[in-house]
Write a protein that binds this ligand. Sequence first.
Ligand SMILES: C[S@@+](CC[C@H](N)C(=O)[O-])C[C@H]1O[C@@H](n2cnc3c(N)ncnc32)[C@H](O)[C@@H]1O
Length: 345
Amino acid sequence: MSLSPTHFDGESLITPELLAQHGPLAIEMGRTSDDPVTDILATLSIFEVLFQNRSDTAHVLTEMVVYINRERKRLGHGTWKAISPILRQHSICAILHQDPFTDWSFRKPRGYSGDAHLLDYIYLHPNVEKSVSGASALGQRLYAYSKDVSSSVAVRERRDLLAKLVDETAAQVGPETEILTLAAGHLREAEKSEAFRDGGIKRWVALDQDPFSVAVINQQFGGTAVEPLDGSVKGYLADAYELGQFDLVYAAGLYDYLPRAVAIKLTRKCLQSLKPGGTFLFANFAEDMIDDAFRETFMNWELLLRSEADMWDIINMSVDRNKVQADVYTGENGVVIYGKIQLRV
Ligand SMILES: C[S@@+](CC[C@H](N)C(=O)[O-])C[C@H]1O[C@@H](n2cnc3c(N)ncnc32)[C@H](O)[C@@H]1O
C-alpha cells in the first residue's frame, strides 16, 4: 500500500533560508509545478508531516527512500548533485537527523565520510549503545530502519566474511599466519575471528589514517598479535612502513572512495605484499543500491559504486591473470561485491 499524504497541512513547508534562496513555493495538494526542485521540496514536506503524524516510521521512510532514488534516476546524477544542497536545508532534516546514525554521517565529526564510529552503528556495537538509547523515540524508530536497510545488512555480512577469511587463512597457513588490513577502522572483524581468539595468528597489521580509530584498536587489542598502524594508503604505496610480506591482505570500506587509477595502483601494491600462495581481497558497494540516493543526500555520504565488470577491470589491469586465481562475487543480498586474487604458489 502506498502512503497518501492525507495529513498535509500546507504550512510546514520550508525554512526561511530556502525561501530566500529559492523564492516562494506554490504548493498545493494534487498540483505539480514546472520546477522539479519545487516538487521535491513539496514532497519532502509531505513526508515530514507523515513522520510527525504516523507511528509506522519504517513504512514512511521506505517510501521516502524509494521516492528519492526514483527522483534522482529521473533527473540524472548531475542535476541531483546540484540540487542536493537545497534539499539538505529542508526542515525534514531535523527529523531524519534524530536517527543518531544518520546524524553522525551528516555531521562528520571526524571530518570525513564513512569513519569507523559510523560503522559501529551498522555493527550494532556496544560503542554506540548510549547514543542510540539517548535518541528521541522517533530517532530510535528511524534507526530501527536504517540499521537494517540492505546496505547495513551487507556490511555486517562483510565483517563476518572477513573474519571467516582470516580463519580460513589461519587454518591453511598455521601459526605463522601474517595478515595486513588496510583502512582497518576499528577492526571489528577481529572480534569475530576464532583463529585470532585462539592465538592462531602471528601478526595482524591494522593500518588506518585516523588516529582515533588506531587508538581504539590499540585499546582493545594492544598486547595481542594485532599491530595497529597509524598510516595512510599513500604511505603504504610509497613503501613508508617496511611491512614485509603477508598471507592475506584485504581492504573493506576503502575502494568505495578510490577512483579507478588509484584502485589499480593499490591492487598492484597489495599483490606485491603477498607471500607466494597469498590472497588479496577487496570489497566495494555494488551499483543499484536502493538507499544510495537517500544516503548521499541526507547522510551526506558519497560512495563510488562498482559493477562486477568494474571489479574485473581493476583485477585485469593489476595482474597477469595466468599468474593468479581470481574471482568476483557478491554477498548474499548483492549489495557488496568482492574481488579476490590468490597468487599461485
Ligand atoms: C568505512 S570505514 C571501514 C572500516 C573497516 N574496514 C570496516 O569495514 O569496518 C573506512 C576506513 O578507511 C580509513 N581510510 C580512508 N582513507 C584512508 C587512507 N587513504 N589511508 C588509510 N585509511 C583510510 C578511514 O579512516 C576509515 O577508518
